[in-house]
Design a protein around this ligand. Structure first.
Ligand code: PGA
Length: 253
């Protein structure tokens, strides 16, 4: 059966000490009271990763970065490579987040380079897709998501797709307090699973974890996670409070 996962994307929040404190608190609650059937991942900023890695118990909490470079190494000032992340003990990398696509002009070519380097360096990938409000209102969301996946992760071979977790994140729901309804989330997740099935076969489709992201919080996580094709969440704002984050982890029951 596919894994249930709740991942916290801290974005550009928390000083180093605040980040360490948050990780300690999340780890404590994860060990003491989190649903053991759910994998927990936290994605702090780059500069926090090594220190956060020291205070979490990897049996309970895994570590992700929010990004990686699209080049292997060399003269790329300010970038952090997939190999560096791997060498720092990072397990996952988020690729294709809408904020990276919109603010840092990351197109599919760049995303594909990142995907390849992440896989070459043994990182698992949380790959994001999702439509904006205009696309949804024009009823183009299915088409947009299909194109985003077809031009990126669907170019992989079956064996590599094993390392991919997908996250459906409607842009109009990210950080806006406006969540997709459980019906809207299920509809898209089911559609994404059918696309995986068409591409890689039903076994792989059934094994792939598909997360929902966009204003997911303790108050709405249960209604979202109860849907058969929603396998967990990628959490932004609500991942910055340990209690809220673990409440979301425990929303499957
Ligand atoms: P949000 O962010 O939960 O703050 O809406 C989700 C995300 O962008 O991953």
């Amino acid at each position: 059966m596919r894994k249930k996962i709740v991942a916290g994307n801290w974005k550009m929040n928390k000083t180093l000490q605040e980040g360490i404190d948050l990780a300690i608190e999340i780890n404590k609650l994860a060990v003491e009271k989190a649903d053991n059937d759910v994998d927990i991942i936290i994605a702090p900023p780059f500069i926090h990763l090594t220190e956060v890695g020291k205070v979490i118990d990897r049996e309970h909490v895994s570590l992700s970065s929010q990004n990686c470079a699209s080049e292997q190494q060399g003269a790329f000032t300010g970038e952090v490579s997939a190999e560096m992340l791997w060498s720092a003990g990072v397990d996952y990398v988020i690729i294709g987040h809408s904020e990276r696509r919109a603010y840092y002009q990351e197109d599919n070519d760049i995303l594909n380079k990142k995907i390849k380097l992440a896989l070459d360096n043994n990182l698992k990938i949380i790959f994001c897709c999702g439509e904006n409000l205009e696309q949804r209102e024009a009823n183009k969301h299915f088409e947009v998501i299909k194109k985003q996946l077809t031009e990126t992760v669907f170019t992989l071979i079956k064996e590599d797709f094993d390392s991919i977790i997908l996250a459906y994140e409607p842009i109009w729901a990210i950080g806006t307090g406006k969540t997709a309804t459980p019906e809207q989330a299920q509809e898209i997740h089911k559609f994404i699973r059918s696309l995986i099935s068409e591409k890689f076969g039903n076994d792989i489709a059934q094994e792939t974890t598909i997360l929902y992201g966009g204003s997911c919080k303790p108050a709405n996580a249960k209604q979202l996670f109860v849907n058969p094709d929603v396998d967990g969440g990628l959490i932004g704002g609500a991942a910055l409070k340990a209690e809220d984050f673990i409440d979301i982890v425990n929303s499957f029951k």
